[in-house]
Design a protein around this ligand. Sequence first.
Ligand SMILES: [Zn+2]
Length: 516
Amino acid sequence: MRKINVFDTTLRDGEQSAGVNLNFQEKLEIAKQLERLGVDIIEAGFPASSQGDFASVQAIAQTIKGSSITGLSRSLERDIETTWQALKDSAEPRIHVFIATSPIHMEYKLKMTPDQVIENAVAAVKLAKKTFPQVQWSAEDASRTELPFLAKIIREVIDAGATVINLPDTVGYTTPYEIGQMFRYVSENVPNIDRAILSTHNHDDLGMAVANSLAAIQNGAGQVECTVNGIGERAGNASLEEIAVALNIRQDHYKADTGLVLKEIKRTSSLVSKLTGMVVPNNKAVVGANAFAHESGIHQDGVLKNKETYEIITPELVGVSSNRMVLGKHSGRHAFKEKLIELGFNGTDEQLQKTFVAFKDLADKKKDITEDDLFALMTEATVGASVTHYELETLQVNYGTTNIPTATITMKLPTGETVQEAATGSGSVEAIYNTLERVIDEEILLMDYRIQSTTAGRDSLAEVYVTVKYDGTESSGRGTAHDVLEASAKAYINAVNRTINRKQFNEQQRTNPLNV
Ligand SMILES: [Zn+2]
């Protein structure tokens, strides 16, 4: 069985999804989960792109020891040096340096001749190799690059020290047949190819990212780049869970495996979905809510007689539990803590205490507390709590079909003082947001608002995701509460708090710059 290395780029390419804006704490939380999933390489960010990215890549490199950590870098001396500073403490420092190789990118974007591109790529790899034991080199837009040129430049960068050669379908243009041909051509026409691992990186513009990744694997790729839930630029990247499960279920065909801890897939998917605010469609393969739901009578009948009649993947394989009731009103602190640890909780005692209070509160309102509920509370306590400048104290809304919706809010300001405000709106949510805008006393534009329930049932928790434009920047936020209006208020305040956090961080970096 061939071992395929999984290179996860959720925190770099995935974070480039429109509207996604993860903070430091959230990126670290996702990295820990990717380590638990058994990902070989985590691309934690693009350190030279911003100080925020630098700091989170550095923290991930210092924390995660079970996966190799990498950072994206342009073929510039400054980028390579910055990337080294961010990654030097990791267990196995690895850089991902790239340059475009297609005629259109070389001519219009880089304004360089093919020979200049080779020269530049070789110089970058040589420089990176002075510090990094592992150097991955990417030919941006490889799928639209002329094959003889591609073979030539790959040979040169391997001679310069590259240990992984990544051939991305940057624009999502290729087909399974063509990508197979490209990988086979490179394997057969680059004399020193045995000194490097070939890697594939695909985008889903034509809905073929996963199929292209699998075709590349069949034709020589030993590493696959992907993101959780397939998030990423435009239509996204190849989805990690689909590739891993396809290789596992069709081992007879592919004769290759990833070695991932597949039962961590569902939890990884839920965490990324919650923290990015990118909802997983119900019909999404492997992790969608309907992925294991047999609706037709004929199918149900078959599954009852023998599961294998219609079920090719078991829910247990990817960690989908039946979301059973796990705790109730009378569950004590000990049982609660045990359950959280089982779910992967690794917060502080203070966070545990806060989650326990929220749990007791929820148990008063909701009869059965399920794993999904606990997961929502846990995310809120560990990650959501990392940002509190404005804090909601009380909320009251008056609504009736014949009167004007009015909200009254008491809120704790960053200065510590408590204020009360009221405002009206044409609906309850608008009344709340008008009131909050008054408290914060700055213009806040609502760009997006979405709501979903954590579980089935009328007594479910509500999760609200918003994007606001505040203080010149767009920021996403989320809130979980038993009531939809409270969740709406929390999401809005969370988005504002995150903007302030980012601003403070940038300010701090200006006065006390990072050592790069
Ligand atoms: Zn990409």
